[in-house]
Design a protein around this ligand. Structure first.
Ligand code: NAD
Ligand code: IPM
Ligand code: MN
Length: 368
């Protein structure tokens, strides 16, 4: 359709650099496939703080709530390390997730054949890998109250609260089971039921959902520490992993290295579908603003390009166009092009822009 509304929030550090390559893909789609997005751009994170004194403005929130999909680059950086928590760049991202109620964060870790050598793990461990991490994104210790610092009996404390309601666990578990049915039909639910009350509860609710509605999907439970270990020992055992906000954050960075680089991992953050089938959504790479390489035209744009492809798939039902972009990524990698983070012997080193241009060249070839 001609009026797909898209809000782009490039953010900080490498955010604008990797987003620039998505823009290249968007204008290609416009020109070559006559797919026109109604594109709006705005500030978020440190860039927004510098301009407006907050990490995301109410006006931007209003836009985010009304568009069909949001595409986000990355936020944060040392420049804002001393800003009060409520206005830190990360607070902008957390507000977007919370206010849009994007409770289901899908983080697929897929190993491209061409990148098997880029992983720090042995080829036979990572070949053919396809794991979907479903991270709960709007609750848990990220948002639980009370939190803060205090002085008790003259001793200073810092504290946060891990808390999950039954509906919060129930709905994310359903997303995981539904995804598993379309994949390998297996869900691993991850918590620390051995030490945490909320972990016992998590396990109970996931088991109930399983028993009531998804008995035909294989379910197993795993402690988070063991899961971190199993991800590098034998990642092939996993199909869908469902876990809480904090464990999901950590385990997805871990899973990223199976694919060769954090610069390869896309994500989709989805809300609940309304009566018409519409669901709020934000698409973002799993990585951050990478201050160590920002401004150097070195960042890998593929995580963000693949996030855009997830957007086409999940928000716009444009599977064929998403397939095209995924294939273009696969082909440029097969042709030996590498940004620095996935560089290996005999490959060709390219910049952020070089990778983007190569993608367009590949798209041109495929569409010819
Ligand atoms: P990071 O993900 O920014 O970087 C970790 C390492 O991975 C760095 O060495 C970086 O150079 C590398 N890396 C990340 N993305 C890459 C890419 N696309 N191409 C090549 N290399 C890449 O994590 P960090 O250094 O812990 O955090 C930096 C800042 O980013 C912090 O302010 C943090 O809060 C923020 N952050 C934001 C998001 C987000 O916006 N979604 C996610 C994670 C971290
Ligand atoms: C991520 C990031 C964020 C998180 C930060 C920047 C708030 O690490 O998206 O993985 O912890 O969720
Ligand atoms: Mn993270």
């Amino acid at each position: 359709s001609a009026n797909m509304k898209l809000l782009m929030l490039a953010g900080d550090g490498i955010g604008p650099e990797v987003m620039g390559e998505v823009k290249r893909v968007i204008s290609w789609m416009d020109k070559r496939r006559h797919v026109a997005f109604d594109l709006d751009e705005d500030l978020v994170g440190g860039a927004c703080y510098d301009a407006h004194g907050v990490a995301v403005t109410d006006a931007t929130m209003d836009k985010a709530m009304s568009v069909d999909a949001v595409l986000l680059g990355a936020v944060g950086g040392p420049k804002w390390d001393d800003v009060a928590r409520a206005h830190r760049p990360e607070a902008g991202l957390l507000r977007l997730r919370k206010d849009m109620d994007l409770f289901a964060n899908l983080r697929p870790a897929v190993v491209f054949d061409a990148l098997i050598d880029a992983s720090t793990l042995k080829p036979e461990v990572v070949r053919g890998l396809d794991i979907m991490i479903v991270r709960e994104l709007t609750a848990g210790v990220y948002f639980g109250q009370p939190r803060g610092t205090d002085v008790r009996d003259g001793v200073r404390y810092g504290f946060d609260t891990q808390i999950y309601s039954e509906p919060e666990i129930d709905r994310v578990a359903r997303v995981a089971f539904d995804l598993a049915k379309k994949r390998g039909n297996k869900v691993t639910s991850v918590e620390k039921a051995n030490v945490m009350e909320s972990g016992v509860f998590w396990r109970e609710v996931v088991s109930n959902v399983h028993r009531e509605a998804y008995g035909d999907v294989a379910l197993n439970h795993m402690y988070a520490d063991n899961c971190a270990m199993q991800l590098v020992r034998w990642p092939g055992q996993f199909d869908v992993i469902v876990t809480d906000n904090l464990f999901g954050d950590i385990l997805s960075d871990c899973a990223a290295m199976l694919t060769g680089s954090l610069g390869m991992l896309p994500s989709a953050s989805l809300g609940e579908a309304d009566a018409s089938g519409f669901r709020r959504a934000m698409y973002e790479p799993v990585h951050g603003s990478a201050p160590d390489i920002a401004g150097q035209n070195k960042a890998n744009p593929l995580a963000t390009v693949l996030s855009f492809s997830m957007m086409l798939r999940y928000s716009f039902d444009m599977g064929a166009d998403a397939d095209l972009i995924d294939a273009a990524v696969k082909n440029v990698l097969a042709a030996g092009l590498r940004t620095a983070d996935i560089m290996s012997d005999g490959a060709t080193l390219v910049s952020t822009e070089g990778m983007g241009r190569a993608l367009i060249g590949e798209l041109d070839k495929m569409a010819a």
